[in-house]
Design a protein. Sequence first.
Length: 83
Amino acid sequence: VLRGGPYALPWAVYTKRACLPNGSYTLNVVDSGGDGICCDYGQGFFVVSSDGETIVDSNGKYGDTFSTDFHLGNKTGTDDSAA
């Protein structure tokens, strides 16, 4: 859904936004340097949120890849807006 980089400015905050329909997703983050996005060259991290609620939170400490599944909306497959 989203791609980014390269992110060359140290200590900069980069924001990517997307409006996604309810469903299951996999977040894949790939670091070409192989050292994650934290610590040797800054204090990188990322957050995935929906309606102000944090869904995925990373401290940036991983090797060359980070992957996690997350879900938006009602997991039962019914319409969240139904009364």
